[in-house]
Write a protein that binds this ligand. Structure first.
Ligand SMILES: Nc1ncnc2c1ncn2[C@@H]1O[C@H](COP(=O)(O)OP(=O)(O)OP(=O)(O)O)[C@@H](O)[C@H]1O
Length: 290
């Protein structure tokens, strides 16, 4: 059974586009990244999955249960971290988390303390006295505490310092090793590269691609940098050449295709230097974003 399955999931806010015809599925046990620029529709997709907003069209299921009609059952299986956490400010963190554990009928309250220790959070402070990053930690503990089968995390690392981000990713890895599925949205390419098995890229509400992270990087896309004083360099072109930039005698571009035609074309140029390498994940994404 798929952990998450979206079929043509569409959400319009009145006439304005949230997401359109998003279809994807996430396997149980996967760490799946959801990447896209601001306003692309990541939070809309996540909030629709959690039945906070209703789909305009299409369907989705979590562990085979319909996101609208079975939403109550789904809530028991899911841990959710919103991109911005808002709580009752004058509650202490511990009270809020114990209340949350009760809601999930989760008995092992030691886990709250264990997670707080790992994340270095003082549980006895009131929410209003916590910094933005420390409130985020409360949200992380709330999402993880009942050991859900599926974690849905919307921009989870915003506000965490690098040390805490590492601890957070350790916690996610531990949950995954216990069998959890993790679906998280992010702008931060390095964390997607480090953590995810597969990634979906969303742009202007539509899914652009779903790929294994390694495939995205290796997808035959090469970054070519060369130096040449050859006057023909400005006209250099070939099927598969993308994002060409010329700066004096330096030229860089991405290339997707067979390597031989590229080399044939290059050897015709009078070159001073040539470097063909794998593009960074960022360069790959910029190519999809354009
Ligand atoms: N409550 C709302 N009412 C009207 N339009 C909305 C609402 N929420 C989101 N939108 C619109 O839906 C589109 C997708 O927004 P969404 O917040 O899902 O994007 P996102 O990818 O999560 O962006 P970000 O990375 O900035 O959080 C945007 O055009 C946004 O303006």
């Amino acid at each position: 059974m798929k952990a998450v399955e979206m079929n043509d999931l569409t959400k319009y806010y009145k006439k304005s586009r949230g997401i359109e015809n998003v279809s994807l599925s996430i396997e149980e046990g996967e760490i799946f990244g959801f990447i896209g620029p601001n306003g692309a529709g990541k939070s809309t997709a996540i909030r629709t999955l959690l039945n906070f907003i209703h789909p305009t069209n299409g369907t989705a299921a979590i562990f085979g249960k319909d996101i609208v009609s079975d939403s109550k059952e789904i809530k028991k299986l899911v841990g959710y971290l919103p991109s911005e956490v808002h709580y009752y400010d004058d509650m202490k963190a511990i009270d809020l988390l114990q209340y949350s554990a009760k809601f999930h009928e989760y008995k092992n309250t030691n886990r709250i303390h264990q997670l707080a220790e790992r994340l270095q959070l003082d549980l006895h402070k009131k929410i209003e006295d916590l910094s933005f990053g420390n409130r985020k930690k409360v949200g992380i503990i709330q999402a993880l505490l009942h050991e859900p089968k599926l974690l849905i995390l919307d921009e989870p690392t915003g506000g965490l310092d690098p040390l805490m981000q590492n601890i957070f990713f350790e916690l996610l890895t531990e949950e995954r090793n216990k069998g959890a599925t993790i679906f998280f949205s992010s702008h931060i390419l390095s964390e997607v590269q480090k953590m995810c098995d597969r990634v979906a890229i969303i742009k202007e509400g539509k899914l652009v691609t779903v790929e294994k992270v390694e495939t995205l990087i290796k997808n035959n896309l090469k970054k070519v940098s060369l130096i040449s004083e050859d006057s023909q360099i400005a006209d250099f072109d070939l099927d598969g050449v993308l994002n060409k930039e010329t700066n004096g005698d330096h030229i860089t571009f991405l290339y997707s295709g067979e390597i031989k035609p590229l080399l044939n074309q290059l050897t015709a140029l009078d070159m001073k230097d040539l470097l063909i390498q794998e593009p960074s994940l960022e360069e790959v994404f910029m190519h999809y974003y354009e």
